[in-house]
Design a protein around this ligand. Structure first.
Ligand code: UN1
Length: 512
């Protein structure tokens, strides 16, 4: 992989983060060049060569070879490598956070937060490396023992999106590594330098421990490189984060060869605000959820479902809150909202707003594209709020931009829950209420149908300790905490007979 920087990152106002001119995988990229432009100022940051099919074969060879060493390394020792990786991330948190912020456009606080998520998942994985437990069962036969074990799976393919260019990879890779797998990562072609920085960091850790770099590999390029992975039988698990459209293709292709896929796809996340809500936290939660990361999180708040008795108050308070928002260079800590990833995303934002109005929506915070000094990249937009109906086509879709739809409900909380669930996606959801009955109804089997359901917390900003993912068109996969590690391993049931007889299960007699 060859990386060429136009200037040093320092010249661009970003501290250097181990982003050499190449990674140890130098021979792995000889295809077309991919240019990385910063949405912050529109400048070309650098170019990366993409992975050809030939390069890809070399990557897989090195991953397969590395797997032989890695799968037989005791899990706690694998954890030790992840611990060292986490320590390196602690050292490099500031510059890596700055690179994330500069290449992707999220605020510096969020860039640093993303690196913090990486550190946290490393800690989690280190502990887990001593806890890859299976169950023991009681056999129905005399003199038999039965138990289950989890074994490493092989090569894990990771396809990640631009919006969390480093954290989502680490959720997958930190767990996969302690599970004994090796990883091949295709990062978004919109943020390739972040992946190279991460690769350089882990490559150094592996080298210091005399381990093969093939334990962690990167490939670069567009969907074709993704296709190499999804069609490749040597990759038993493909973990993909991104749009529902992409996820359906990945699922179908991997499914055709009966491989496993872990999908974390689009969300259409709602927050319900009931008459018993604490408005102070509801408003902050809603605003951060809608405009944080410029509305480009899978968990961003897209819909507010507000009880009619509170509707005008919430609307007016939100309109006032939006007036305080500062939009600009995300590396400047005074700004709340940075740019969208590129001008295509700006076009989608404009189209979505136009569609919402065409369907009868009413803009209460106008929105619009910013131009002039500081906005030269053409990627900065104003967060917008639209009064809408849940059945509008555009409201049913995830638009990766800071557009918040206001929806009204009347009657009991069950009506709000019905509106909330009435979309194709099922990632994150929230209710703002101090009413125990409403909160419990929301969390019950008759409540939210999402993978994440929060009370008095917004839809975004999940901690790594829980399983992350959602239902329906969100894809059903779970990454990160809880027992998400199990998908990265193969389960084996073992039955051992320590007698001199051969009793058959289910009491079957078979005498010769
Ligand atoms: C994503 O947008 O793909 O819950 C991940 C959150 C973050 C992760 C988002 N911890 O908002």
């Amino acid at each position: 992989m060859k990386t060429t920087l136009t200037k040093t990152l320092k010249d661009l106002g970003v501290r250097e983060v181990n982003l050499g001119t190449s990674t140890g995988q130098e021979f792995f990229g000889s295809g077309n060049e991919i240019s990385s432009y910063s949405p912050v100022d529109g400048k070309l940051i650098g170019k990366v060569t993409s992975t050809t099919k030939e390069d890809y074969e070399k990557v897989i060879d090195s991953a397969q070879t590395a797997f032989k060493t890695w799968k037989t390394t005791p899990a706690p020792l694998r954890g030790e490598i992840v611990r060292q990786f986490g320590d390196k991330l602690r050292e490099l948190k500031q510059p890596l956070g700055e690179l994330v912020s500069y290449e992707m456009g999220k605020s510096l606080q969020e860039g640093l937060g993303e690196v913090q998520e990486m550190i946290d998942i490393c800690d989690f994985a280190v502990g887990l490396s001593r806890q890859l437990h299976g169950l023991t069962m009681h056999s129905e036969r005399f003199g038999h023992r039965m138990y289950e074990q989890y074994h490493p799976l092989g090569i894990v393919g990771i396809i990640s999106a631009f919006n969390f260019p480093v954290a989502v990879w680490s959720w997958n890779t930190a767990l996969a590594w302690i599970c004994g797998d090796v990883c091949v990562w295709k990062a978004s072609e919109k943020a390739p330098l972040c992946s190279i920085a991460c690769q350089n960091i882990i490559a150094e850790v592996l080298k210091n421990n005399n381990l093969p770099e093939g334990i962690s590999c990167i490939v670069n390029g567009d969907y074709k490189v993704g296709e190499y992975m999804t069609t490749d039988k040597r990759i038993p698990l493909v973990s993909a984060t991104g749009s529902t459209r992409m996820g359906k293709i990945v699922s179908k292709t991997v499914g055709e060869r009966l491989g496993k896929s872990l999908l974390e796809l689009g969300g259409n996340n709602a927050m319900i605000i009931t008459p018993d809500a604490d408005l102070k936290i509801a408003i902050i939660g809603a605003v951060f959820g809608a405009v944080g990361t410029a509305g480009q999180r899978c968990t961003s708040t897209r819909r507010l479902i507000i009880h009619e008795s509170m509707y005008d108050k919430v609307k007016n308070t939100l309109v006032d809150a939006y007036k305080q928002l500062k939009i600009g260079n995300p590396l400047d800590e005074n700004n709340h909202v940075g740019p969208l990833i590129d001008t295509d995303a700006v076009k989608m934002y404009e189209d979505a707003l136009a569609k919402a109005v065409a369907e009868g929506g009413n803009k209460v915070v106008e929105g619009g594209v910013l131009s002039g000094e500081g906005y030269e990249s053409g990627c900065y937009v104003k967060p917008a709020i639209v009064e809408a109906e849940n059945n509008f086509e555009i409201v049913q879709h995830e638009t990766f931009a800071p557009i918040l739809y206001l929806l009204k409900y009347s009657g009991g909380v069950e009506n709000a829950i019905e509106i909330q669930n009435n979309v194709a996606q099922g990632l994150s959801s929230a209710i703002m209420t101090n009413n125990l009955r409403e909160a419990e109804a929301f969390l019950s089997h008759a409540g939210s149908d999402c993978g994440i359901a929060n009370v008095n917390i917004g839809t975004s900003g999940a901690e790594i300790g829980g399983a992350f993912g959602g239902e329906k068109e969100t894809g059903g996969g779970r990454e990160s905490g809880s027992d998400a590690w199990k998908v990265y391993m193969r389960r084996q049931t073992n039955t051992i007979n320590y007698t001199t007889d051969l009793p058959l299960a289910q009491g079957i007699k078979f005498d010769l």
